[in-house]
Design a protein around this ligand. Structure first.
Ligand code: HEC
Length: 273
């Protein structure tokens, strides 16, 4: 009698538990699979490159970032803004203050209003944001067949697997298969969700002439501009990683101290007691 009672009781506890477990398992499964199909989309998986900034000890490759800035300046900046960056930020990647002043002064910046209430143009200063190629989104769309070249300040963070994605996109243009219908001004790129992109292919061997003498192959140019965009999106990365190194070192020292103090505290208790 007692036994059966216990059995019933047990079932009463176990069944709701099993049900909840199964329910949360399936919920988790559906959420995860939704995430995976979202990430995969219908686009090709980006090429997996090796980057200097990868991993726990990853750091920025400043020479490459400087070359990448040259690529952005000479190529991408005619269509893409980077409105979160100021010229003075370039000192972080190794440009001197005089070099930054000279770079900023190459641009004309709208300022004002002056004493008579008029806006006026003046040469850029290090504290100015990067000058945008278009005055607004409508002007940008009008010049690009209706498509909007997105701001590149945070692009490597705004896309899944950002650095590899941007690298693959820039180097991944292909001739469209026969069953793909491209409108005028559209290009086939399997890394772009949907496969169609309104940005013409940008890179080719020898497109820029690097000031440091590095050979400007298409792959090198793509690598450099991605290094630049990754720095732009997360300039605090090195400080963040260094903080992690310190935290782990601290935890390690603390562990050793705790180990010895534990040994000492328990040392008067022998097992025979
Ligand atoms: C002639 C103008 C033009 C130039 C130059 C240009 N782009 Fe673009 N870019 C566009 C347009 C337009 C789009 C939007 C494409 C679309 O939505 O179909 C775009 C989109 C992009 C995207 C976003 C794709 C996405 O996932 O939405 C990235 C990244 C990008 N460009 C990077 C670059 C880089 C890096 C350079 C310099 C090497 C560059 N672009 C030069 C016009 C340009």
């Amino acid at each position: 009698m007692k036994r059966t009672k216990l059995k019933i009781h047990r079932q009463g506890i176990i069944m709701p538990f099993v049900k909840t477990f199964l329910l949360s398992f399936f919920l988790l499964l559906s959420v995860l699979s939704a995430g995976i199909s979202y990430a995969a989309g219908d686009a090709k998986h980006p090429k997996q490159m090796h980057w200097a900034f990868d991993g726990f000890f990853g750091a920025f490759d400043r020479a490459s970032i400087q070359r990448g800035f040259q690529v952005y300046k000479q190529v991408c900046s005619s269509c893409h803004s980077m409105h979160l960056k100021s010229y003075r930020n370039l000192t972080q990647i190794g440009f001197s203050e005089d070099e930054v002043k000279a770079i900023a002064a190459e641009y004309m910046v709208m300022d004002g209003p002056d004493d008579s209430g008029d806006m006026f143009e003046r040469p850029g200063r290090p504290s100015d944001r990067f000058v945008s190629p278009y005055p607004n989104e409508k002007a940008a769309r009008a010049s690009n067949g209706g498509a909007y070249p997105p701001d590149l300040s945070l692009i490597t963070k705004a896309r899944v697997d950002g650095p590899n994605y941007v690298y693959s996109l820039l180097t991944g243009y292909e001739d469209a298969a026969e069953d793909v219908n491209l409108r005028p001004g559209q290009y086939y790129n399997p890394y772009m969700p949907g496969g169609k992109i309104a940005m013409p292919p940008q890179l080719s061997d020898g497109l820029v002439e690097y000031m440091d003498g590095t050979e400007a192959t298409e792959g090198q140019i793509a690598r450099d501009v991605v290094n630049f965009l990754q720095w732009a999106a997360e300039p605090e990365m090195e400080a963040r990683k260094q903080m992690g190194h310190k935290a782990i070192l601290f935890a390690l020292i603390l562990t050793i101290l705790f180990y010895f103090s534990k040994k000492r505290i328990w040392s008067n208790l022998s097992q025979k007691d």
